[in-house]
Design a protein around this ligand. Sequence first.
Ligand code: SF4
Length: 357
Amino acid sequence: MSIASDKLEIIRQQVQYHLDHAEQSRLTPDQEAALKQQITDRLESENAVLIAHYYTAPEIQALAEETGGCVSDSLEMARFGHDHSAETLVVAGVKFMGETAKILNPEKRVLMPTLEATCSLDLGCPVEEFSAFCDAHPDREVVVYANTSAAVKARADWVVTSSIALDVAEHLAEEGKKIIWAPDRHLGDYVRRQSGADILIWDGACIVHEEFKARGIADLKRVYPDAAVLVHPESPASVLELADRVGSTTQIIRAACEMDNRRFIVATDQGIFYKLQQQAPDKEFIIAPTAGEGATCRSCANCPWMAMNELETLAGVFDRSDNEIFVDPELGARATVPLQRMLDFAARLNVTVKGNA
Ligand code: SF4
């Protein structure tokens, strides 16, 4: 199963549009300060809290922290929203994150700067095709990554984040169960090789992580031989082979704090540099190269959909009628089952489930 070529073309066009747009939308410091104040005031008057993903722009992450919100991965974002007293959750991330927040907090209003912010993994796994794929293999447990729609989650037996994916696969293998894994082929391949489980893998990919180049990282390692390489498992196997640590967003941040190295080459979205520099201010972080020969950028490791979360759109988040997340209650109830299964499993393992893209 793969993303259809016409859909890939649409994705490419969206990526280019938003890369171009991002270049044009730089704010002056005064404009940025005014927008931040405007958003802060509205969050307070609307009894709302801002919850941002690690991959959003530094000014969005800073604002979330300054206003009592949180910066995290998608599941922790949903959990934070659940525990917080605010009636409205403003989710700065991509659409599946807003949906996960709504599934786990059906009584709350969930708003996003734009519902156009999506994810190539979500786009590449439409529920009708995926459901047919599952129906064709009824003997397999269906394990889906958090980066999927509510409908795909509702079709699954398990939802996993990258930090618990391996544990779940090993658990299912021990029980003699075979697995369908969706949608990320690189993460699925990594889990299959590490666990030895019998896994049938859907053919989706993250357009950011798939672009990291092993050759470029190896070249960079020659320049900085003391640097440790931290890699997100949505990256290709050739890149994972060069890693000193493979891990989720949260695990990458933790590794940077715990490892003795002073310098790191980081293969994940560059939005994570805000947290890395905040948590390990005395260390140096270098973005892993994505550029091939002839490319005009050294690294394009910046998700175009995450980049749609801008201060300007955030400032208008309460004034539009096209940016609220709705999940059909019956669908949400079904999607809760595999999500809860992961949370219960994690509780039994006593591990955190932080760490999807
Ligand atoms: S970085 Fe990749 S996995 Fe994360 S939202 Fe963007 S496309 Fe999806």
